[in-house]
Design a protein around this ligand. Sequence first.
Ligand code: ASP
Ligand code: MG
Length: 450
Amino acid sequence: MSQGIVVSKFGGTSMADATAMRRSAGVAKLKNSSIVVVSATSGTTNILVELSQMVTNSTWEGCKATIQKIIDNHLQIARDLEVPEACMHDLDELFKELKTLVRGMNLLKEASPKACDSLFSLGERMSSRLFTECLNQLREDTEVSCFDVRTVLRTDSNFGKAEPNFEMIKKLTDQHLLDVKYAGRVFVTQGFIGRDADGATTTLGRGGSDYSAAILAYALGAEKLEIWTDVAGIATTDPRLCSNARPIDVISFQEAAELASFGAKVLHPTTLLPAMWADIPVFVGSSYEPEKEGTWIIKDPKERPLIRAMAVKKDQTLLTLKNPNMLHAHGFLFDVFKVFNQHRVSVDSITTSEISVSMTVDDSTLLNRTLLEDLRQLGEVLVEEDLSLISLIGNNINHTPGLAAEIFNALGDINVRMICLGASKHNFCFLVNEQRAGDAIDRLHTRFIG
Ligand code: ASP
Ligand code: MG
């Protein structure tokens, strides 16, 4: 009984069809997972998002055809898995809810974030119901039930990107998931979704299932958290950019968090926080090749190499704000960040001089015209697009003499537009022209990782 709780999360590609589900169920059984958190089947959330756009600009006939695609995909999996009558019945209820909801949204031409979250939640609710059967077929030893995560995953009411309320989640988990702790039962549940204090369905934002799994691992005091995806762990860099890229065996939470927020696709950046607070080791592996080693993310790895990995964040814009009045003035940066805060835009890196400040943001930020207008109230704004932010991730970076020289040496003729060094001992990052990003990574990987 004292065996620790294992929380395992399977992403959309691990849920793609009956074959993928069976493979993932095999992994969940092998790893003796107690809580299995799943994403919607691959592509479903995208179709639901498409539907949420159709409700305002398409006819009910058009919406119905798209709804039918979703239903057919899930029915196909249900048939292939030969699920029992009770499961067909539950699915049918979810299909009905899908139709009713879209019909209502279509009649009202209403796609509020609140309505959309209810709609998007159906992807995970359908996949989790199917996966429960799949895992139940394999695990004859234990009862596997489908658990509605909204019972415990309390969030605020910021629909589309809700914040979890950790205190409430802990309380609710203690009340409702006792069986996981004490009776050894297995639950399949949904990633991505939650519920606010009024009982409305919320979502944590696209790709939020990893985060859900980490939140549950934290609330349950799990022994480990496994993230099963379609790549065997975290690579030293994007293998498409550098043929020498290879999986990392062990990495620290801080390094992994830097890597995720600076562009590595494998993990949702905020995912790791709850696991990090509770010091829960996180494993990232491929459900297609569970025997491969994958990557462990832990608090204190023995090896602390200077450069462990490198990431590229494409589509970066450099905003340079210039105002001579900034000279010897105070409060200027405060005003600048107030604008970003009002627009809820996050700045990745920043450097300042006496009269100017440069910041990087995602290219898509510029779709938000009023942000630029508001910044222009504070001074002249220069916009440079199509840049890539390259980050070297490792240890003791800000205390290693000669590192910058080596980096610039390796880069050779590649022009560096802006540098950020010093804020973190785990990160050195700089901007280059998008076309040179691949070259830069290739040269730096060869020089520092091999
Ligand atoms: N299904 C959601 C999405 O596609 C959440 C997830 O897969 O993590 O964004
Ligand atoms: Mg995913």
